[in-house]
Write a protein that binds this ligand. Sequence first.
Ligand code: GH3
Ligand code: MG
Ligand code: MG
Ligand code: MG
Length: 324
Amino acid sequence: DRALASREFGIGDPLALAAAGDGQNASILLVEDRKNSAERLSAALNQHHRVTVVADPHDAMVLATEGDFELTLVSLDLQGFDGLRLCSQVLSLDRTRTMPVMMIAEENDKARVIRGLEFGVHDYLMRPVDRNELVARVRTQVRRSRFSDTLRGAVQASMEMAVTDGLTGLHNRRYLDSHLAVLFDDAALRHRAVSMLMLDIDRFKSINDTYGHEAGDEVLRAFADRIRLHTRVVDIVARYGGEEVVIILPDAEPEAAHVIAERIRERIEAVPFLIDQETREIHVTVSIGVACRHVDDKGPADMLKRADLALYRAKSSGRNRVEA
Ligand code: GH3
Ligand code: MG
Ligand code: MG
Ligand code: MG
């Protein structure tokens, strides 16, 4: 079965294949208002899946969007309703657009089948429906759809990895650089303030030297968590270097930026970090440089440079301080 699957998808990713599996046990929505047909179709499918039958197309739409179905099977000749319209609705709504849709058509209805296939219906069956063919086609669609869900998840995960720092979960420098440029230009355009804090843990090397590199990593993670706790969702918090963090504060005037910086500095100093399964307390302090956008800045690099200089002053004037 595995060999078959990898030939079909043309790739050998064991994770994706495991998720695609054998295409069984799907929850299926069957939209059919003829009692006999509904019974026959669901009897065939229920051997491998869980089928919910619905006769009313409006109920079907509600169920399709609110339920957790993996596939919708629509009879094209519903009483007083065009089954094709239902197919097209399912395929266009955000919530259901990736769900496979199949149609069941009368033999003399090839024209509508073709229209359906043209706007994205995944597959169809002609009446009288052969139960083996039904089971095989449904299974293929379920498998294909599970496979692309897995791929979509993997792509999303790798996109997140590209902008996230692995140790702390903060944004990485690449993310910071691209967003800083955008926020900077946006602030200039709207004549609004934008500020930046550059943080650097004090004497971090001695934490590593005293407790080991692992403990240092733990402190870094806890440091990141605490900063997150004391910033807003609109602020961008990024790991800038080893134990350096940059925070962009959209719309923050210099005074506000200073208050925020001082609050973070104080919150780091006031509560020691608990590491080694909370058996060890490490007191940490941080120095912070504050900079705000100037009208004559040519770009965000000018603001970054001022933040860096301010940080340097905070360090040289004794550490555990905020300087602007
Ligand atoms: P200062 O107060 O002047 O900032 O002193 P410092 O010791 O913090 O300064 P410095 O920048 O010289 O040292 C930073 C240290 O951070 C050096 C490096 O070994 C350590 N470091 C950088 N990245 C990591 C990391 O991911 N994990 C750990 N554990 N240590 C790191
Ligand atoms: Mg340093
Ligand atoms: Mg440091
Ligand atoms: Mg440093």
